[in-house]
Write a protein that binds this ligand. Structure first.
Ligand SMILES: Cc1cc2nc3c(=O)[nH]c(=O)nc-3n(C[C@H](O)[C@H](O)[C@H](O)COP(=O)(O)OP(=O)(O)OC[C@H]3O[C@@H](n4cnc5c(N)ncnc54)[C@H](O)[C@@H]3O)c2cc1C
Length: 377
């Protein structure tokens, strides 16, 4: 059996960063995939949205005190400085999001350079862990013994590139609470009453969405299977069950001046014609000059500012960018990332019950947790 002081499970964002910090110790990285960092590769449309100008716990679902503490210890400025010192200077796109200048491969190469010398055992899928005096890590290619185990194995999203439930199984095995994992940053499927939206596949609109206590502004994309786009993906993070409310005319009011117009509804509001036609059909209103609307018709049209409905569900883990829920953070010591239930066991990244919005928040989280990791000899 191979013996190591530290085993890191998962060569993704948090696992690679963690291994780089402990590369001078007797350490090995176990990765189920044939290649490391598959998720970084496909992230941000192949350019990896690494972080954001505005990082704070408000952009995360999870305990704000725990999240804020970890994020404050390794801020977006710290991450950018860390990357620049190593030759990668991310570029700002979409206002506040930092991306690799050319391709995600730039970040992957940097991280792999940082773990040079660390045995990176790809094609080693971890199946189980047990603990006697030390940990025994069982993989599909044999067993490893380690004094410390760092679980950086992520969540359940994108099973086709290697996601497994190993982090949650390990947590539960050692007595942790795992808050029910669910797909997040994912499109919604629709109930029959909203099937009209499916006919609009390909159209994108700026909208404002209210979901629970959260207000989200951004683009919404009508898709073949339902609705998607940044505003909807962010909404999915905060949606449990029940209704969401969409404002299809953010920043504009249906006021008396507008209702006095002699122009057709579909031309005045400036929304795509296909959308207007489908929307008017759905609310049972004929396209007509605005000035001809009676009280009841006006009330119907006002639904364009607050279209309320309950999504049927979401597109599932095969499309979800992240997994919400996960290992309860009150059972993790934020000073070290060590389990409060099992000495020598650590959890990082997405496996924890902290999930960020779109915009680089999840990589920032993964890297911040890896920087907080503190493994005593
Ligand atoms: C399509 C897509 C696009 C995304 N784009 C962005 C973006 O632009 N910006 C952003 O901030 N976030 C993005 N995310 C989210 C981000 O990728 C994750 O939140 C982040 O990678 C989590 O880091 P992690 O280290 O916790 O886990 P991961 O990076 O997922 O790494 C976990 C590693 O563990 C390995 N593993 C899993 N199970 C086992 C096992 N049983 N044995 C051995 N190894 C195992 C996996 O193969 C993987 O390599 C995106 C996600 C997806 C799916």
């Amino acid at each position: 059996m191979v013996k190591k002081e530290i085993i890191v499970i998962g060569a993704g964002a948090s696992g690679l960063m963690a291994a780089s910090r402990y590369r001078d110790r007797d350490i090995a990285l176990l990765e189920g995939n044939a290649r490391p960092a598959e998720k970084i590769k496909i992230s941000g449309g192949g350019k990896c949205n690494i972080t954001n100008k505005d990082v704070s716990p408000e952009h995360y679902l999870g305990d704000p005190a725990f999240t804020g503490d970890i994020l404050a210890g390794f801020t977006q400025r710290d991450l950018l400085a860390w990357l620049r010192e190593r030759g990668l200077d991310p570029v700002v796109r979409k206002g506040s999001q930092y991306f690799c200048p050319r391709s995600s491969q730039e970040l992957i190469s940097l991280l792999l350079h940082e773990v040079q010398g660390v045995p990176l055992l790809t094609g080693h899928k971890v199946l189980d862990i047990s603990k006697e005096e030390d940990f025994i890590v069982t993989t599909d290619r044999g067993e490893f013994e380690a004094k410390k185990v760092v679980v950086a194995a992520g969540g359940l999203s994108f099973p086709k590139i290697g996601a497994t439930d190993i982090a949650f199984r390990i947590a539960e095995k050692f007595g942790h609470t795992v808050h029910t994992p669910k797909p997040a940053l994912v499109g919604f499927t629709l109930q029959k009453a909203q099937f009209w939206m499916k006919s609009l596949s390909g159209i994108s609109l700026p909208v404002h969405v209210n979901v629970g206590a959260k207000s989200i502004t951004g683009d919404m994309l009508f898709a073949h299977r339902g609705i998607s786009g940044p505003a909807i993906l962010n909404s999915s993070l905060y949606w449990q069950k029940g209704e969401i409310v969409i404002d299809f005319l953010p920043g504009r009011q249906l006021d008396d001046r507008l209702f006095g117009s002699r122009k057709q509804i579909s031309t005045v509001l400036g929304l795509p014609r296909r959308f207007m036609k489908a929307f008017l059909d759905a609310i049972g209103l004929k396209d007509q000059p605005l000035c001809t609307l009676d009280h009841e018709a006006k009330a119907k049209l006002e639904k364009i500012k607050s279209y309320r409905f309950a999504p049927a569900g979401n597109f599932g883990y095969s499309k979800a960018e992240v997994t919400a829920g996960g290992v309860a953070t009150d059972e993790i010591d934020p000073k070290t990332m060590m389990s409060r239930k099992c000495e020598g066991l650590y959890f990082l990244g997405e496996a924890l019950d902290v999930t960020g919005e779109l915009g680089g928040y999840n990589f920032q989280w993964a890297f911040a947790t890896a920087q907080r990791l503190k493994i005593e000899v």
